[in-house]
Design a protein around this ligand. Structure first.
Ligand code: BG6
Length: 517
């Protein structure tokens, strides 16, 4: 007997996967390709079934054609010419359903039982709601009322962000879900937790003797987390204008990455122990209680018209479905403190924005400088050591160190020791949704967010939002295609630091990387 509830099998247990919102973007871009990749890698039991649920009428054949198209376009595996497509496709069925009508759920139950019989599935049901969050509560209730939870196996609910709009609405949603599902049956997705390099943070920190002893305020000067995007709001203006960067990226992806960097080693590698450590970090975030504190530590901005790579780009207020007088932020940066013994006094700088010059997610840990009054430090302006974790789209790790310039007695140059995961031939990192679907089917909640984490993150974010609401028009601007407003640099300059260039950013970075080869 092991006390680890996660059964390390290669294949996920046999189950019916319900994709609510089966005709939507998420299903076709991410979910169907993820299911196919898991199938190709032998990680799905042969006896699985998928029921696509949406309002639109569609036959099973039409639905299977949609799945085929989505795999062709978005999957990292391609369907082979001689492959028996039907062997895979026969596991897929479609159900047209009005989610407010319980009778539809009763019909769905019959259809499910038919499939469970056909494929000998022991009643395990995974409900993935790729739907607007307002619908999560009523769909959950109707799942229960329609008898969908009465199978012989387990029931699990997988839901997308955003989980609420603020702490109050998140609480309300959680209460609704809790009427139907237990906490350990709810899998809240933060797709950043499904990314290989985010999962790697734990291993880098706790699996290497030369990081963990230095991982504290004695040796680390600051941590910088950048999540920059080149895209604007595309066709999501309606959603984004009510959300903004703080809610869309800050409350979830950025604070989750921060928690992974800052958490204490868990006592055991069980999901609950990891969640316990993360929630302690989130509860230790120093709240900014006054508008002055928020102004001092948080910068918000919105992009105006600009250009990138010779292409003219519209301003945010000109985007489709965006209020032409909108004050919604498309960029924010913040200085965040984790008020505990390990991190006292160490600033964590976080920034994210739309329409920035490059798409990249990077975590940079800047170590304290060596003493300047002894030996080399007296004669040279030594650069600090950096540990750079590249999350997305390049995956890898850099360590920046100082070394003697070859052939010179007195010159010291920074160089990078690099592990480029994306450059390795034969390594094809699974997409986040593959990991997450597989984990949910295995019942492993490690890389999902627990309710108390979500609540702690909202409580930190809500203070900022309240302060912003007092001065709604006090939002800075930056031209599309630039690195954000000037104030974001001042945030670090005030502390004697600067943003380190991220992958693809500028000349300096290129030279620094070239030095490493
Ligand atoms: C989503 C946000 O959660 O993450 C989007 O809602 C954002 O606005 C996206 O574009 C970024 O994810 P990734 O994996 O492309 O970096």
């Amino acid at each position: 007997m092991t006390d680890n509830p996660i059964v390390e099998t290669l294949q996920a247990p046999s189950a019916v996967f319900f994709i609510f919102g089966a005709t939507g973007d998420l299903a076709s871009r991410k979910l169907f390709p993820a299911i196919y990749s898991l199938y190709r890698e032998g990680k799905l039991a042969e006896d699985f079934a998928v029921i696509g649920v949406a309002r639109r009428p569609r036959t099973n054949e039409e639905f299977r054609d949609n799945v085929h198209e989505s795999i062709d376009e978005f999957c990292r595996y391609k369907i082979q010419p001689g492959e028996d497509w039907n062997k895979f496709a026969q596991h897929f069925e479609y159900k047209s359903l009005d989610i407010n009508n319980v009778d539809g759920f009763r019909e769905l139950r019959e259809q499910t039982e038919g499939l469970e019989q056909k494929f000998s599935i022991p009643g395990n049901r995974l409900f993935f709601l790729a739907l607007a969050p307002e619908l999560f509560g009523s769909v959950s209730l109707n799942l229960r009322e329609g008898g969908m939870m009465d199978g012989q196996g387990w029931n699990r609910l997988v839901i997308e962000k955003p989980f609420g709009y603020d702490l109050e609405s998140a609480r309300k949603l959680n209460t609704e879900l809790a009427q139907v599902f237990a906490e350990d049956e709810i899998f809240r997705i933060d797709h950043y937790l499904g990314k290989e390099m985010v999962q790697n943070i734990e291993v880098i920190r706790f699996g290497n003797a030369f990081f963990e002893p230095l991982w504290n305020n004695q040796h680390i000067a600051n941590v910088q987390i950048t999540l920059s995007e080149t895209v604007g709001v595309e066709e999501r203006g309606g959603y984004y204008d009510h959300s903004g960067a703080l809610r869309d990226m800050g409350q979830n992806h950025m604070l989750q990455m921060l928690a992974m960097i800052a958490m204490e080693p868990p006592s055991r590698l069980l999901p609950e122990d990891i969640h316990d450590e993360k929630v302690k970090v989130l509860r230790s975030l120093r709240p900014y209680l006054t508008a002055e504190e928020v102004d001092k530590n948080v910068v918000r901005a919105q992009y105006t018209a600009g250009s990138a790579k010779g292409k003219e780009l519209p301003g945010y207020r000109e985007e489709d479905k965006v209020d032409p007088e909108s004050n919604t932020e498309t960029y924010f940066s913040a200085r965040v403190f984790v008020d505990n013994f390990r991190w006292a006094g160490v600033p964590f700088y976080i920034r994210t924005g739309k329409r920035l010059p490059v798409k990249t997610t990077e975590i940079i840990v800047e170590f304290k400088r060596t003493p300047t009054n002894v030996y080399l430090g007296q004669r040279h302006n030594l650069e600090p050591n950096l540990l750079v974790i590249r999350v997305n789209p390049m995956e890898g790790i850099y360590i920046k160190i100082n070394a003697k310039k070859p052939g010179s007695d007195s010159e010291i140059q920074p160089l990078a020791m690099e592990f480029c995961q994306s450059c390795m031939i034969g390594i094809n990192s699974p997409e986040a949704y593959e990991r997450l679907l597989e984990d949910a089917a295995q019942g492993d909640s490690t890389y999902f967010t627990r309710w108390d984490e979500v609540a702690a993150a909202w409580s930190f974010i809500d203070h900022i939002d309240h302060a912003w609401k007092q001065h709604p028009s006090d939002v800075k601007s930056y031209p599309a295609g630039s690195w954000g407003p000037e104030e974001t640099h001042q945030l670090l300059q005030q502390d004697g630091f600067h943003w380190w260039p991220v992958n693809g950013q500028d000349e300096d970075n290129v030279i620094w990387q070239a030095n490493s080869r």
